[in-house]
Design a binder for this molecule. Sequence first.
Ligand code: ZN
Length: 83
Amino acid sequence: MREVESDPFSASRYCVSVTCSRDGRSHQISDVILADELMRGSSGMTALCGRTIVAAALSDPPGPPCPLCTAALELDRPRSRRT
Ligand SMILES: [Zn+2]
């Protein structure tokens, strides 16, 4: 079982890449946010970059990665120690 963290927007948790039908980019969505939005039947979901996205059809090819979501993932990743 996975540990539950307090911050659902934290990029350190498991994220799913979802392509937005509006901008065609692949955004990173926390699994907790994704599950919550799907349960509520919401049409939009909040990506790590803060943008509310509308998921494209799963049959659509993935779009180019969102640079802000990519940056959020990089920033939240545990830093390796430089010696
Ligand atoms: Zn994004």
